[in-house]
Design a protein around this ligand. Structure first.
Ligand SMILES: Cc1ncc(COP(=O)(O)O)c(C=O)c1O
Length: 406
C-alpha cells in the first residue's frame, strides 16, 4: 500500500490553508459609502488621494501616485525618469515579466544581471560589469518581499549617476536598515493585484521623494494633464491610468490590517525557517544583514534534489500538492528565455546568455509558499515540514512510478 498521496496514499492534510483575500465590515462599509456617494472615480472623489497619502506616509515617502496596476506603475516611472530608446536598464531575471517588459515597452533595453543564490535578489557584486555608456537605471526587485541590498545598489548608482527604481510590487511594508522600501531610490512601485499582501483585485502605486518626478508621474497617470492646468489641456502624451475610488477604498481598509498580518507572517516564517533548516536537502534563503523586515509575500526556499534521490523539482512540487501543501514552483524560466522578452532582445549579448544562479533557481531549486499560507496556525506549518519529510522517506514510490511511465 503506497504511503505518498501522489501514489494513492493518504495525504498529510485535506484542510485548506487560509484563503485570500481577507476582508470584513471595514471593506463593506467603505465600498457602500463610495457607492452611495456617487463619487466613483478620482476626478470626483478623494479616496485615491487619501490612500496615496496614507501609503506614502507608511513607507516614509513624500509622494504617492496610484495607477491601474504595478506593470503600468513601472512603465510610468521609467517614462517619468526620462528613460527611452537607446537606453539600457539593469534588471534581475528572477522576477515577474513586468520588471523587464516595462523597460522594453518604453523602448529601452533590459540588461540582465544574475541573482545572489543566498537571497534570490540581484547580485550587487555583478552589477558594475554590466554597466555601459548607455546604462541609465537599475531596477532592483525585492523578491518575495525581501529587500535587495540597497546599500550597494545605491552606492553603484551614485558612482555611475544611474537612477534607481525599486520594484517593490511584492514588498509592502518591507524594511532595509529600518527604513521602508519604495522610496529608498529615485522611485518605487507596488502592486495591489489579487495575490498581493494588500490588494484591491488590481491596482498600483508609484512612490517618490522628488516633487518633479511626482508631478511627471501624476501627469502620465492622468492623460498628460497638469494638476494646475485646465481640464482639457494635455501637456504630455499619455493614457488614462487612473485607479477607481472603489479600489482606493478597499486599499484604505486593507491598510488597517497590514501590521497585524505582517506580524503573523513573520512569526510563522521564523518557525518555518527554524524547522526547514533541520531537513537535509532543504535550504532556506539568507537575507542580507541590512534586511530589518521581510514582507513575506512569498516564503521561498531551496529544494536540493540530490537529497531526494534526484527527484526533479516539478515532481517534488506535485507530490507536495498531493499531500495538501500548496507549494509552487515559482518562476520556472529566467526572464531572458520568456518568448515575449527573448524575441525582443535582438542583441549579440543575449545569444548565449546563461546566468547560472537564475537558471538553477528556476529549473532546479526555487520553490514558494504564498503569503496566505503564512497566515495559518503552527500546526499548518508543521504539516509542511511533515510532508517534506514524508516525501523524502518514501521517494522511491514516486521514482518507481516515473520509471514505469517512461
Ligand atoms: C515583481 C513584480 N513586478 C511587477 C508586478 C506587476 O504588478 P501587476 O500585476 O499589478 O501589474 C508584479 C506583480 O505581479 C510583480 O510581482
Amino acid at each position: 500500500m503506497a504511503k505518498l498521496a501522489i501514489c494513492g496514499g493518504k495525504p498529510i492534510r485535506e484542510k485548506p490553508y487560509p484563503s485570500w483575500p481577507i476582508f470584513d465590515e471595514r471593506e463593506e462599509k467603505i465600498l457602500i459609502e463610495i457607492l452611495r456617494s456617487g463619487k466613483w472615480g478620482r476626478i470626483n472623489g478623494k479616496k485615491n488621494e487619501e490612500f496615496e497619502n496614507k501609503f506614502a506616509n507608511y513607507h516614509s515617502a513624500k509622494y504617492g501616485i496610484t495607477c491601474v496596476n504595478g506593470t503600468v506603475a513601472l512603465e510610468l516611472s521609467l517614462r517619468a525618469l526620462g528613460i527611452g530608446a537607446g537606453d539600457e536598464v539593469i534588471v534581475p531575471p528572477y522576477t515577474f515579466i513586468a520588471t523587464a517588459s516595462s523597460v522594453l515597452m518604453v523602448g529601452a533595453k533590459p540588461i540582465f544581471v544574475d541573482i545572489d543564490p543566498k537571497t534570490y535578489n540581484i547580485d550587487p557584486n555583478k552589477i558594475e560589469s554590466a554597466i555601459t555608456s548607455k546604462t541609465k537605471a537599475i531596477i532592483p526587485v525585492h523578491i518575495g518581499g525581501c529587500p535587495a541590498n540597497m546599500d550597494k545598489i545605491l552606492e553603484i548608482a551614485k558612482k555611475y549617476s544611474l537612477k534607481v527604481l525599486e520594484d517593490a510590487a511584492q514588498a509592502h511594508g518591507a524594511e532595509w536598515r529600518g527604513r521602508k522600501v519604495g522610496a529608498l531610490g529615485d522611485m518605487g512601485i507596488f502592486s495591489f493585484q489579487s495575490s498581493k499582501n494588500i490588494n484591491a483585485g488590481e491596482g498600483g502605486i508609484i512612490l517618490t521623494n522628488n516633487e518633479e518626478l511626482a508631478e511627471r508621474a501624476w501627469s502620465l497617470m492622468n492623460v498628460g494633464r497638469s494638476k494646475k492646468g485646465e481640464w482639457y489641456m494635455h501637456y504630455i502624451l499619455s493614457g488614462n491610468y487612473r485607479m477607481t475610488e472603489f479600489q482606493a477604498g478597499i486599499l484604505l481598509a486593507q491598510m488597517e490590517r497590514i501590521e497585524e498580518l505582517m506580524r503573523k507572517r513573520e512569526e510563522n516564517a521564523r518557525y518555518l525557517t527554524e524547522n526547514l533548516k533541520k531537513i537535509e536537502g532543504i535550504e532556506v534563503l539568507n537575507p542580507d544583514e541590512g534586511v530589518t523586515r521581510h514582507a513575506y509575500h512569498l516564503y521561498i526556499f531551496k529544494y536540493k534534489s540530490s537529497h531526494f534521490k534526484g527527484l526533479p523539482k516539478m515532481e517534488f512540487v506535485k507530490a507536495m500538492n498531493a499531500e495538501g501543501i500548496p507549494l509552487k514552483p515559482g518562476y520556472t524560466l529566467p526572464l531572458y528565455r520568456i518568448p515575449a522578452i527573448a524575441d525582443n532582445l535582438k542583441d549579440d549579448r543575449y545569444k548565449d546568455l546563461y546566468l547560472p544562479e537564475t537558471e538553477r533557481a528556476c529549473r532546479e531549486e526555487g520553490v514558494w509558499l504564498s503569503q496566505n499560507v503564512l497566515l495559518g496556525t503552527k500546526e499548518d506549518m508543521d504539516d509542511i515540514i511533515l510532508a517534506i519529510k514524508k516525501i523524502q522517506e518514501n521517494v522511491d514510490e514516486i521514482l518507481e512510478r516515473l520509471e514505469v511511465k517512461k
